[in-house]
Design a protein around this ligand. Structure first.
Ligand SMILES: Cc1cc2nc3c(=O)[nH]c(=O)nc-3n(C[C@H](O)[C@H](O)[C@H](O)COP(=O)(O)OP(=O)(O)OC[C@H]3O[C@@H](n4cnc5c(N)ncnc54)[C@H](O)[C@@H]3O)c2cc1C
Length: 372
């Protein structure tokens, strides 16, 4: 089958990879250059972690996602994953980490619980609240996002997949299975996969309330000399405080330490994102102050502005109309599913999986481990 893919982020590229390896003909359009640093997928790292609060569907999908990344590493001939584990903190019954623990129990997945002393032994740069306990998983870690995107682009080129950068799609016609390009030309295919991230509502305005484009800022940091070694061995960190949703990517595998804060985001047009404000990166970093020893000695190296589309319930948005299959609203948590989502989109676009099953799965409504 011939399948057109719109969008050259992790989802579009992974779909092209999955189609090509199962013998289909993929043609991908990306409005920016390839790789596109202005999309959501091109940053040093993205986190992959099993804890998923009270969402067993996405927790189970993460197990499958790790297998899918394994298949991709085999094809690429190199791994872009550092299994450093993950740590979340709980200070109240029923908070994010506590719900995650219950979900891991429900699915029979392994974890360890750490008391405040054990948390500080694992992460000597932290001062854990005395009442806190840690949810520690040895599975999970860092996906080196921009290296994956670069490597995929090279692999797809070797496989003869046509990748057309700097080619914006301005319309999609479900009746004829055609996409309309900015220069007025049309290309037809048996199926069209739309994976345009924060731009979803620009191409499909009917999704504007379910895939709301946002602007997010992350801060790249230099830890104080005294803590550099323990940071280099640290797990990825998610949901460390209940009041603010902060996360950290440790500096493993040649990457840099990065801090993020879920609350530090606001709606924004992905084509006209406000540039980084003078103090924005420092503001993101300041959310970590209550948890870090010697916080005053951390240095902000730089901030980075990224676009992504947020869905109100954080479930991925799917649509199907004739030959068109759309995935959007990928929020702050699609990268970890990139390879797996590509495989599932390829199966659905080529008729191997029904759209109904795909939607249930992509919305994380499966209660059991799915088989990829
Ligand atoms: C700061 C930040 C931190 C995050 N942290 C994590 C994390 O730790 N773990 C995790 O799993 N996820 C994380 N995410 C989310 C994850 O990065 C995104 O969900 C994922 O990268 C989205 O991939 P995508 O391919 O859907 O979109 P993108 O990578 O944005 O790609 C979409 C592409 O479509 C192109 N496009 C748009 N419109 C058109 C058009 N009309 N014609 C042609 N091309 C078009 C765009 O130019 C863009 O390159 C984070 C996101 C951000 C912003």
């Amino acid at each position: 089958m011939k399948v057109i893919i719109i969008g050259g982020g992790i989802v579009g590229l992974s779909t092209a990879w999955a189609l090509a390896r199962s013998g289909h003909d993929a043609l991908l359009f990306e409005q920016g250059p390839l790789p596109h640093a202005g999309g959501a997928s091109y940053d040093q790292h993205r986190l992959i972690r099993l804890p998923y609060a009270d969402q067993p569907g996405y927790c189970a999908m993460t197990v499958d996602a790790l297998r899918s990344w394994g298949r991709m590493w085999d094809d690429l001939g190199e791994s872009h994953y550092a299994e450093v584990g993950s740590l979340a903190l709980s200070t109240e019954e029923g908070d994010w980490a506590d719900l995650s623990r219950q979900t891991l129990d429900h699915l029979g997945l392994d974890y360890e619980t750490l008391d405040a002393k054990q948390i500080e032994a694992l992460c000597p740069f932290m001062t854990a609240p005395p009442e806190a306990w840690g949810l520690y998983n040895t599975t999970g870690g860092l996906l080196f996002a921009s290296r994956i995107v670069d490597s995929l682009i090279r692999d797809l080129g070797r496989r003869g997949v046509t990748l057309r950068g700097e080619t914006r799609v301005v319309g999609v016609d479900p009746g004829t299975g055609a996409v309309v390009l900015e220069n007025g030309k049309r290309e037809t295919a048996d199926a069209i996969v739309v994976a345009v991230g924060a731009w979803t509502a620009k191409l499909f305005p009917e999704t504007k309330r379910r895939a709301v484009p946002h602007r997010q800022v992350v801060a790249y940091m230099a830890p104080p000399e005294a803590h550099a070694e323990s940071w280099a061995k640290a797990p990825v960190m998610v949901h460390l405080l209940n009041e603010v949703d902060i996360y950290a990517a440790p500096p493993a595998g040649g990457s840099e330490l990065k801090f993020g804060c879920g609350q530090h985001r606001r709606p924004g047009d992905p084509d006209r994102l406000d540039p980084l404000g003078d103090n924005e990166a420092a503001e993101v970093a300041s959310a970590f102050a209550p948890l870090l020893r010697d916080f005053a000695d951390y240095k902000v190296l730089r901030g980075q502005v990224c676009p992504y589309a947020v869905s109100p319930d954080e479930r991925f948005v799917t649509e199907s109309n004739g030959p068109i299959l759309l995935i959007g609203g990928c929020s702050g948590h699609m990268f970890k599913f990139g390879a797996l989502m590509g495989e599932q989109l390829a199966r659905t676009a080529t008729g191997e999986t029904s759209f109904k099953d795909f939607r249930l799965w992509a919305e994380g409504r499966h209660q059991t481990l799915t088989r990829a």
